[in-house]
Design a binder for this molecule. Structure first.
Ligand SMILES: C[S@@+](CC[C@H](N)C(=O)[O-])C[C@H]1O[C@@H](n2cnc3c(N)ncnc32)[C@H](O)[C@@H]1O
Length: 314
């Protein structure tokens, strides 16, 4: 069973908003997509910081490498604000597409339509004609939100075809806490389709890892009790299984790092800044949390544009 929209909004978004309110990173847009922040322990906030900054660092590297002449496809994007944040940094991809279930895209489109701080930047990047928001979808020059059930590959292909996604253009796929909710055969088909159809592609995947140990079992059980069954947890056993899902599905190369390693590779001055935001008396809960999430990334670079060079300083 999928996590409900309400569960996700309550579970993830409120925590992200709380971390933003504490000053971990800047996101002037999240406040328009969420009702209230939910107070969380410092290790949770640091975990969200590593996730957000880690993924954004890889996205920035891709956008700079391709001079933004590229496409970004956020699979199961939810209420992600990267379109606005990257645009503000001058990193606007030619095409930025978000896919999610209809209940989610409908809610997000409604929020964009009714909140000028969200709509105006989309309109500004579009031109004089009004941005089209209808049928739970948004279409503009650079930014598209579309609904699709990603377990249905035909539907995904059809939707992405509608916005003219170009298989010869550098393309970044992002899935953040998404594949784990899909049955493994379905997520594998999606990963394989991306890895065999696009000549220059990068896939970024943030997910649980080390789910076979005691802490992992408790995590899975807690989520199950909240009706969030992790149908694809088998791929989340280790960094090796996370890489293997790409290497056995058409990708040329893959890498994976646990979140403590990602955290330590982020800019030292920023780490110093965020570590002074909240006092943390014990380090063990942070280590435990960070050991159970990872970023895995994979590349296919037929045209040799340098995708293999994207990664973290270790
Ligand atoms: C935990 S949320 C993560 C959302 C977002 N990526 C983030 O990190 O904030 C998982 C998202 O995946 C979407 N999702 C899960 N299975 C899906 C499917 N089969 N098709 C489309 N979206 C799906 C959910 O609707 C939800 O928005």
């Amino acid at each position: 069973m999928q996590c409900s929209v309400r569960e996700y909004r309550k579970g993830v978004l409120n925590k992200i908003y709380f971390a933003v309110q504490q000053g971990y990173w800047k996101d002037p847009y999240i406040q328009f997509l969420v009702k209230a922040g939910e107070r969380k322990a410092p290790e949770i906030n640091r975990g969200y910081y590593a996730r957000t900054e880690g993924l954004r660092s890889l996205m920035r590297q891709f956008l700079k490498l391709t001079h933004c002449a590229c496409q970004i496809v956020n699979l199961g994007a939810g209420f992600d604000t990267n379109f606005w944040l990257l645009k503000d940094e001058g990193l606007l991809a030619d095409v930025f597409v978000e896919l999610d279930m209809r209940a989610v895209t409908s809610r997000k489109c409604h929020m964009i339509r009714t909140r000028s701080k969200l709509l105006e930047p989309v309109q500004a990047s579009h031109g004089s004609e009004p941005v089209v928001i209808e049928d739970a979808e948004l279409h503009s020059t650079h930014y598209h939100i579309m609904w699709a059930d990603m377990r249905d590959l035909k539907q995904v292909e059809e939707k992405l075809g509608q916005v003219g996604l170009d298989k010869n253009k550098p393309t970044l796929f992002l899935s953040e806490c998404v594949l784990v909710y899909m049955p493994l055969d379905k997520s594998n088909s999606l990963v394989k389709w991306a890895g065999t159809n696009f000549s220059s592609a990068l896939f970024l995947n943030y997910e649980p890892v080390n789910m076979g140990d005691r802490f992992g079992h408790v995590m899975v059980e807690n989520l199950r009790k909240r009706t969030c069954a992790l149908a694809g947890v088998e791929a989340c056993q280790s960094l090796e299984t996370q890489k293997a899902r790409f290497l056995s599905n058409g990708w040329e190369g893959a890498a994976a790092m646990d979140m403590m390693s990602v955290y330590r590779s982020l800019p030292a001055d920023d780490l110093h800044r965020i570590e002074r935001l909240e006092f943390m008396d014990e380090r063990e809960p942070l280590q435990q949390l960070m050991d159970h999430y990872c970023i895995a990334w994979a590349w296919r670079d037929v045209n040799k544009i340098g995708l293999e060079s994207i990664g973290f300083n270790r």
